[in-house]
Design a protein around this ligand. Structure first.
Ligand SMILES: Cc1cc2nc3c(=O)[nH]c(=O)nc-3n(C[C@H](O)[C@H](O)[C@H](O)COP(=O)(O)O)c2cc1C
Length: 238
């Protein structure tokens, strides 16, 4: 395989930096089947522990199924709000945190621990690597969707028990991600939670340590230390 041209590199970084979690900007235009198929195929080409490919994709367009999932969301949102004190609680309750009904297609991505098992290369010491693999598929899907101008929103304010029941998942199948996919009016420039002043984006320099936990400087890492002083992201988009 050849190396990436600079245009191809820019395309990849553009997808990464302009990807958004979409909740409020879905429109009713359906996703063409060829586009949906490409997005799902990108997800299916994610890395997976021991090449176990432990995912399934449950595609949902049925309104009453979406409605039941939305009910679970409402219940869980209310329940989780009781963990927050005012004034944050009121702010939390005012945030738009899903687009279940407005988006054209909902996709539940699941984990099957029995796929190609019981022995899977690389999973014997850290069983969670199975779930991590499914998360890799989610990210592939999210980026491919962005490049196809399709918005994706991850809804985790849900009861897995409710999801299992509504979607008829077998006992051993774990729902990992419930995603809302659809055409959008716009992709916001920043995360909605940043715009709402819920949380800021951390500086890159504050999340990097050199050689040992907590070590923020080291002579052999001088140059990169300088480069990470500012976040680099928007440089690639223009
Ligand atoms: C595992 C996971 C669960 C999430 N659950 C929700 C959710 O329930 N509702 C929501 O509005 N956003 C959810 N998000 C989206 C995040 O809030 C979002 O990624 C973050 O605020 C950064 O924004 P961005 O994705 O636009 O960069 C979730 C994201 C991840 C990775």
């Amino acid at each position: 395989m050849s190396e990436f041209s600079s245009q191809e590199k820019s395309g990849l970084y553009k997808a990464i930096y302009t990807r958004r979690d979409v909740r409020s900007h879905f429109n009713s235009k359906p996703i063409p089947n060829d586009v949906l198929a490409r997005i799902l195929n990108a997800a299916h080409h994610a890395p997976s522990v021991g090449f176990s490919q432990p995912w399934n994709f449950v595609l949902i367009r049925n309104h009453s199924t979406k409605q039941k999932v939305k009910e679970s969301f409402e219940q869980e949102k209310t329940r989780s709000s009781n963990q927050i004190d005012e004034p944050k609680k009121e702010k939390y309750l005012s945030l738009k945190l899903e687009g279940i009904l407005e988006s054209d297609v909902n996709v539940c991505i699941t984990y099957d621990p029995t796929r190609f098992g019981p022995f899977v290369i690389g999973r014997s010491s850290i069983p969670e690597t199975g779930i991590y693999s499914v998360c890799c598929a989610v990210q592939n899907l999210w980026l491919a969707a962005r490049s196809e101008e399709i918005g994706v929103g991850w809804v985790s304010i849900l009861s897995n028990d409710a999801l299992k029941q509504v979607l008829g998942l077998p006992d051993h199948i774990v729902p990992v991600a419930y995603l809302c996919l659809g055409h959008v009016e716009e992709f916001a420039q920043k995360p909605d939670l940043e715009t709402a002043n819920w949380l800021p984006r951390l500086d890159l320099k504050d999340v990097i340590y050199f050689e040992k936990w907590g070590q923020t400087q080291s002579p052999s890492w001088d140059q990169i230390h300088e480069l990470i002083q500012t976040n680099l992201d928007y440089a690639f988009i223009k």
